[in-house]
Ligand binder design. Structure first.
Ligand code: FAD
Length: 442
């Protein structure tokens, strides 16, 4: 099997431009985050977004007919690695900030012409904001076949009832893409359907932004919040349904594969930046008679982090390559593996960098504590790591199916030795005669 992750010279120049742009124009925004309201953010981003558009890197994840660049997943992955160095702030300048990026893919994939005109075009123009509303407080988000939110059709309308939470950006969104059960009796993966629900529809209540590790104190209506949303007898026209009834999971699946590659590459951007900080601190902090860089534990952290980042990067680019060359279905195992492997690498590298900075690392004087909080979430969202591990293990174990229960291991040495003894009988007899070792009983 040959692998090919290299990019053409022209694209390498684009990446170099993006790297410089993110470092000089986006990183500074992180330091004044707490002083920026929505209007201030719009003012800062408008000229940056124009520069990205002029460079041909705007909304690159979308197909060309919707303003994207048709790059394919390897190129998108490499761009996302750069955006990941400022993962909360850079994607917005490039028109690919989650959840708008994923929602625009859903609309591009499943939307009718009218739906695209009404929601996709303004979403891409930055005139509307969106959120994805699937997880519920009372059912396990890791098993969406258990969803309880209902959408019941009455004539030309659906009536939605249920409660969601962790609807990221829900409190600042103009519309929500809601996953609700349309047929509880259908096979598990045909029960749910996606709907576009404008936030101002009667019956939609944004209850609160749930306080989290990211933001422990409740603040409502902020960029980056995770909303609890109640849907009480929300009436929406049939024309707001995405795809056919029961298509919800199939649409989500198509959206999630590429999305996970982008997530993992952004995590590598974060991990790479934390790794730079780890090495910088190791080379400048003096304790117990030497620089930290001279302590073996710190050297182990540097060596392990380098190897883990390298492995995760190759795995993620290979998953992207499989997706580009063989399609999303062929990359299912690769994509699941990078989700849990990448989230763990991100967590461990950031943790080591934070530890090497001591109290400074724990303080908000460094970006490491924020990276750590984000890293912790990465092991939960987009499907908890355990679920991805389970599906990889199941697929791999299934491929071994057909073995008789209780049979000896196929590598069992005594059985293999007996077969080899028969096969090499002549050679063994001659060797035994030379050494005059008595022959074993046959
Ligand atoms: C920062 C953040 C942003 C999010 N944004 C969104 C969003 O925009 N929209 C949205 O709809 N949702 C969002 N979510 C929700 C996220 O998708 C869910 O939290 C996730 O799917 C897990 O669901 P749950 O929280 O209900 O956990 P549960 O399903 O209750 O699982 C809890 C734990 O059980 C364990 N577990 C579950 N299944 C298995 C298994 N098969 N084997 C072993 N262990 C298992 C895992 O350790 C798991 O963490 C977000 C979550 C976070 C943290």
């Amino acid at each position: 099997m040959s692998w090919e992750f290299s990019t053409d010279e022209e694209y390498a120049e684009q990446l170099a431009w993006a790297r410089e742009f993110v470092r000089t124009e986006i990183w500074p925004i992180e330091t004044i985050e707490d002083q920026l309201d929505a209007e201030a953010l719009d003012t800062i981003y408008a000229p940056l977004q124009e520069r990205v558009k002029a460079r041909g890197l705007w909304a690159a994840h979308l197909p060309p007919e919707h303003g994207g660049q048709g790059f394919g997943q390897v190129k998108l992955g490499l761009l996302n690695e750069i955006l990941g160095t400022s993962t909360r702030w850079a994607p917005r300048a490039f028109g690919c900030n989650p959840p708008d990026s994923g929602n625009s893919e859903v609309l591009a994939l499943a939307g009718t012409r009218e739906q695209k005109e009404r929601w996709l075009a303004p979403l891409l123009a930055g005139e509307l904001k969106s959120a994805f509303s699937m997880t519920e407080p009372d059912t396990a988000g890791s098993d969406p076949t258990l969803l309880a939110t209902r959408a019941i059709r009455t004539g030309d309308e659906y009536v939605l009832d249920g409660t969601k939470w962790f609807t990221s950006e829900g409190s600042v969104a103009d519309f929500l893409i809601v996953m609700a059960v349309t047929d509880p009796d259908a096979p598990a993966h045909r029960r749910a359907t996606m709907f576009v629900v404008p936030v101002d529809t009667p019956g939609v209540t944004i209850v609160r932004d749930v306080p989290t590790m990211e933001r422990p104190f409740e603040r409502h209506g902020i960029h980056g919040g995770h909303a609890e949303v109640r849907y009480d007898a929300v009436r929406i026209p049939v024309s707001h349904r995405l795809g056919e009834e029961g298509d919800g999971f199939a649409i989500a699946q198509q959206r999630l594969g590429p999305g996970r590659i982008h997530h993992c590459m952004r995590w590598l951007g974060v991990a790479g930046r934390a790794f730079d900080m780890l090495r910088e601190r190791a080379n400048t902090r003096y304790a117990h008679g030497s620089l930290l860089a001279e302590k073996q534990t710190i050297q182990n952290w540097v060596a392990d982090s380098a190897a883990e980042i390298h492995a995760a990067r190759l795995m993620t680019l290979q998953a992207a390559w499989v997706m580009d060359t063989q399609g999303a279905a062929a990359a299912r195992n690769e994509v699941a593996m990078i989700k849990y492997f990448g989230a763990r690498v991100l967590h461990d590298v950031v943790d080591r960098a934070l530890q090497a900075h001591g109290a400074l690392g724990y303080s908000t004087d460094m970006p490491l504590e924020a990276m750590y909080r984000d890293a912790r979430a990465a092991r939960i969202y987009d499907g908890p790591d355990e679920v991805h591990r389970q599906s990889v293990a199941r697929r791999l174990l299934r491929s071994d199916a057909g073995l008789a229960p209780g049979s000896l291991p196929s590598q069992y040495v005594p059985a293999r030795r007996a077969a080899a003894t028969v096969r090499f009988r002549t050679v063994l007899d001659a060797a035994r005669a030379r050494s005059s070792t008595p022959a074993p009983p046959s």
